[in-house]
Design a protein around this ligand. Structure first.
Ligand SMILES: Cc1cc2nc3c(=O)[nH]c(=O)nc-3n(C[C@H](O)[C@H](O)[C@H](O)COP(=O)(O)OP(=O)(O)OC[C@H]3O[C@@H](n4cnc5c(N)ncnc54)[C@H](O)[C@@H]3O)c2cc1C
Length: 349
């Protein structure tokens, strides 16, 4: 079998690459072992344009956000499925200091902040708003399992998906193609998530996996709340008084799924957001692929020109992933330079 590109992994990263390559008329085969728990299957999928407690506007935020939203909407159109939920985010200050930081940011550049923020319109006495807050514009959350499933069907209809695990040692690099089992491809792209450096081609890239926990809850007394609540922890309304809440950040990989402190940590964050009683229905734990904060890293292998890497989506993968996938595909197909800050060769060699 001959394809243009073989993609290793169908998490968010592999899915985004597949859409962008298909959009450029390429034939792809995405191979994934369908593990029950992956970062993409567990993630909250939040798109929070002004993340962090310094409220910085990262370079290129507006362009990346606009690109992500229009990409997800066109994927929804193509699959007739709904996975990107545009929602208002109530960003509640954690302290007076945080409120003052926000005020000085706005004063420095009111025009830049206007695109991403507005006055808070939250009206529910069960929500704790001791220091005030603002409304974040342009965000929401993505139902990642739904996006992965829609993508998988889209690929299956094009004979572009297979269940399996690609062992990098079984990938042969020939002069004019790469070969894995009976598949020949022009190139191979590794999008393996946190295991992305357990790979003979990319073992020089420092991945720092971060474990995270999320709880699913019922909070009937605030079932009318339609905003995502965000203040260190977050609550996403999922309808009929149910919510997802998170999250934790742990670096200890000894027993990522057996640690029970994660639940207590998330519960503490929920009690800081609402006074209403709640009941936990389930807990999910996953491992985020983090390289350097939530910066995406990608590019071509330094000596194997048919071998590529796409990873490091971290906790902002839903927002940053689509724009970076499009840049990597421009690079692979058209030789367009990668942004220096994301290129594996300028950062890790
Ligand atoms: C608790 C938690 C909360 C999060 N919240 C958010 C959030 O609110 N917003 C946000 O943007 N992001 C969030 N994230 C991060 C988000 O999950 C990641 O940015 C993104 O999903 C990573 O996608 P990925 O494809 O790189 O990795 P993964 O989802 O891990 O996918 C990698 C895939 O590759 C497969 N694979 C690995 N090795 C092989 C191989 N040899 N052969 C074939 N396939 C292979 C794996 O099975 C997997 O399916 C969260 C993550 C966690 C854990």
């Amino acid at each position: 079998m001959k394809v243009d590109y073989l993609i290793v992994g169908q998490g968010l990263a592999g899915s985004l690459l597949a859409w962008h390559l298909l959009g450029r008329g390429q034939r792809v085969l995405v191979v994934d072992p369908e593990e029950e728990v992956t970062s993409s299957k567990v993630a909250a999928g939040l798109v929070t344009p002004l993340a962090g407690n310094r409220f910085n506007i990262p370079d290129g935020l507006g362009e990346r956000l606009d690109y992500a939203r229009s990409f997800y909407w066109s994927a929804e159109e193509a699959t007739k499925r709904h996975f990107f939920h545009h929602k208002r985010i109530a960003r509640l200050f954690r302290s007076e200091d945080e409120r003052e930081t926000w005020k000085s940011r706005i004063a420095e550049d009111p025009e830049a902040y206007e695109k991403f923020s507005g006055p808070l319109t939250l009206d529910d006495d069960k929500i704790a708003v001791p220091y005030g807050g603002f409304e974040m514009k342009g965000g929401g959350w993505m139902d990642l399992p739904e996006f992965l499933s829609a993508t998988r069907y889209h690929l299956l209809e094009r004979l572009g998906y297979a269940i399996g695990r690609i062992d990098p040692d079984e990938v042969a690099i020939e002069e004019n193609f790469v070969k894995w089992k009976n598949i020949e491809a022009d190139g191979i792209i590794f999008a393996q998530g946190w295991q992305g450096n357990q790979n003979r081609f990319f073992d020089w890239i420092p991945i720092k996996p971060t474990v995270g926990d999320i709880l699913d809850l019922a909070i009937p007394e605030i079932s009318d709340v339609s905003h995502i609540l965000n203040s260190g922890g977050w609550l996403i309304p999922k309808g009929s008084g149910t919510f997802s809440a998170g999250s934790t950040y742990r670096h200890d990989l000894d027993d990522p799924y057996g640690y029970d402190g994660g639940r207590a940590e998330v519960i503490k964050k929920v009690t800081q957001l609402t006074r209403a009683p709640f009941e936990v229905s389930s807990q999910r734990t996953g491992i985020r692929p983090v390289i350097r904060r939530s910066q995406v890293f990608m590019g071509r292998h330094p000596s194997q020109s048919r071998v590529f890497f796409f990873n490091g989506l971290g906790s902002k993968g839903v927002l940053n992933g689509p724009w970076h996938a499009s840049r990597l595909v421009d690079h692979i197909l058209g030789g367009v330079s990668l942004p220096d800050c994301s290129d594996i060769r300028s950062n890790f060699l």
